[in-house]
Write a protein that binds this ligand. Structure first.
Ligand SMILES: C[S@@+](CC[C@H](N)C(=O)[O-])C[C@H]1O[C@@H](n2cnc3c(N)ncnc32)[C@H](O)[C@@H]1O
Length: 272
């Protein structure tokens, strides 16, 4: 448990993940029936980018601080929420901001300090439960939800070398418990080989209807660097592929990227 998201809050990877997350939650709201969201690795929910530790790494300078005044239409839903919420919002705060009165959110966080902060943040909101619980165990314990429709965000810290295999196993478990759920799993792209290995496991798992949205800062040739990241989505809502690509294109332009190989791609991993 060395990973602290506060060092990385608002970086390009957060912007990519959160812009797509906002789109996915909005897509769930196309139907009036309430949704359930599970945020398996929730973090602390909000981050002060002017304070330590974010100000020490300055990662947000290459991320949200470059984007804040961008007016590109595909980024408007995400950026307007960030502007409205003040402190940089983590995934559970973005979901909270989009919830309707009957929607529910469960958050899991294993770090003792972070779960305490998260509980304080959401104490006034009875529609949100915060669990001091292991994410992988929660995929068994908290699924399927009573609401029968919803989103599971899996956003591991990728501290351990076997985290891609753990993530693939978690997706198989979660999907076996909640087959109609939309699952969104974040992964880092340092080199292509690890991602191929992960996608091969998913491809042979029997899970259907899977796409990836990937965003690269540069060609992933140096495995010591975070060269990009991806979001694997199971049961993507209607129009996800087109709209995700528009979001990634706007992100590339808004961040002013120009290195060879930079930008977004959306690809189908398994058919319906
Ligand atoms: C990448 S951060 C989450 C960021 C958050 N989803 C967001 O977008 O704002 C990963 C979080 O998972 C927590 N964590 C690590 N291992 C965990 C586990 N097995 N179960 C639950 N939480 C875990 C870490 O303490 C960290 O806060």
């Amino acid at each position: 448990m060395n990973y602290r998201h506060a060092f990385h809050a608002g970086n390009f990877a957060d912007c990519m993940k959160h812009a797509l997350l906002v789109w996915l939650v909005e897509a769930l709201k196309r139907k009036p029936a309430p949704f359930f969201a599970l945020d398996t690795h929730a973090g602390v929910g909000q981050y002060d980018l002017d304070a330590l530790p974010a100000s020490r790494t300055q990662e947000a300078r290459e991320g949200i601080l470059r984007l804040l005044h961008c007016q590109a239409e595909p980024l408007v839903p995400y950026l307007s929420l960030v502007r409205r919420l003040g402190l940089y919002p983590g995934s559970p705060s973005l979901i909270e901001a989009l919830m309707r009165p009957d929607d529910r959110l469960a958050c899991c966080e294993l770090h003792n300090d972070d779960v305490r902060d998260l509980r304080l943040l959401f104490a006034p909101n009875a529609a949100i439960s915060v669990h001091h619980r292991d994410a992988w165990e929660a995929l068994r314990g908290l699924l399927p939800p009573r609401q029968k429709r919803g989103l599971v965000l899996i956003d591991p810290p990728f501290e351990e070398p076997e985290e891609f295999a753990t993530l693939a196993a978690g997706l198989q478990l979660g999907h076996s418990r909640f087959r109609t759920g939309v699952f969104a799993a974040w992964y880092p792209i340092k080199q292509r080989a690890r991602v191929r290995y992960f996608l091969d496991i998913v491809r042979t798992s029997g899970i259907r209807d899977v796409v990836t949205a990937e965003f690269l800062l540069r060609e992933p040739l140096d495995p010591s660097r975070l060269n990009g990241c991806g979001l694997l989505v199971i049961n993507p809502p209607f129009r996800f592929e087109d709209e995700a690509l528009a979001i990634l294109d706007a992100l590339r332009d808004g961040l002013g990227l120009d290195e060879p190989g930079c930008g977004g791609t959306v690809a189908r991993v398994c058919d319906e």
